[in-house]
Design a binder for this molecule. Sequence first.
Ligand code: NAD
Ligand code: UDP
Length: 385
Amino acid sequence: MARVDLDGKPIKPMTICMIGAGGFIGSHLCEKLMSETPHTVLALDVYSDKIKHLLEPDSLPWAGRITFHRLNIKHDSRLEGLIKMADLTINLAAICTPADYNTRPLDTIYSNFIDALPVVKYCSENNKRLIHFSTCEVYGKTIGSFLPKDSPLRKDPAYFVLKEDESPCIFGPIEKQRWSYACAKQLIERLIYAEGAENGMEFTIVRPFNWIGPRMDFIPGIDGPSEGVPRVLACFSNNLLRGEPLKLVDGGQSQRTFVYIKDAIEAVLLMIENPARANGHIFNVGNPNNEVTVRQLAEIMIKVYSKVSGEPLPETPTIDVSSKEFYGEGYDDSDKRIPDMTIINKQLGWNPKTSLWDLLESTLTYQHRTYAEAIKKVIAKPVAS
Ligand code: NAD
Ligand code: UDP
């Protein structure tokens, strides 16, 4: 049966230039496009480990529909040609781990703003559609966080729910370099929006709210640097795999909403295949029902990991650590992130499905299966004297 879009029209196969296809989100999007659609993907990245299983061997059912182009978009003359070959460009490339924002602010700003400029320019000049990945962090802090601690207004959604077309972007001072990422992402959003307004470029901007699942980031010392600090899912997974206490930054009081990567990818596919409904829009993509403090996230992950690994519950489950000690000077935090879902509901009819417990159960089952043996070997190795 022919696949149809949300308006009942047949979906024509298209060619997609996916920049950053070898990352966490890119790998899931490539998987989805290969297994469920007829589209062709030109996959661009400096790494291909996370999509290796899609590229080899030649006997895979989608062979010929995905090709990998190893390139760094900072300096590669092939970029424009690849964008021209495609009907749609999706830009996922970025430095997007908070540990980098205050310690490598120049790389962060270059990666999220300067390096994205040619992509926007080539799309605009060649009349190509662009889906650009921004972040929920462009909202920064909530209005409510500036109210007195005991103000009843803090409980009023008008003071914390984040709306694409209404909420302001509230960042900390410049010396809090944490906000270098959010600020660079905000400026590239404004540039893309202006290309749409002044030059008619077709665009969609995605603001992910803590998408998590298998293949996110790396486990330090196993498939990433020993001293590296990934995002919270991989930090806590690493602690659990090694039987260490989970580190709560500044008491783990910040709140987040987590959405399962597979739910979020459904939203991206709807954007890809329904351009008339997605063009010109900025979309929050998250799960407002899965809100926890970071401390609660740690507590749930400890229980889920014990269930899936068969390991007993730890005696010292968590320890508190200051943000200065954990991330260094210039760190700051988003207090609370609840996405308003009105626009994505109306335009694409999308809703997330997976509960926090269920998404952690499948993700930690993956982490255990993928890393537990390797960690045991590393721990068993005698330390060289
Ligand atoms: P990721 O780090 O796993 O993926 C990014 C990929 O881009 C990596 O594979 C990296 O090698 C590649 N890349 C970076 N610079 C490049 C360059 N110069 N040339 C070629 N390739 C380059 O991150 P992710 O979680 O998959 O995030 C993808 C996008 O979504 C990013 O723009 C990020 O800011 C945004 N985002 C993600 C989340 C989330 O919850 N995962 C939240 C907010 C925003
Ligand atoms: N965090 C933590 N312990 C860790 C890693 C992260 O307490 O080992 C906290 C971090 O300070 C932030 C939240 O977890 O409040 C989410 O961090 P993440 O790196 O996933 O990215 P963010 O949501 O801030 O973009």
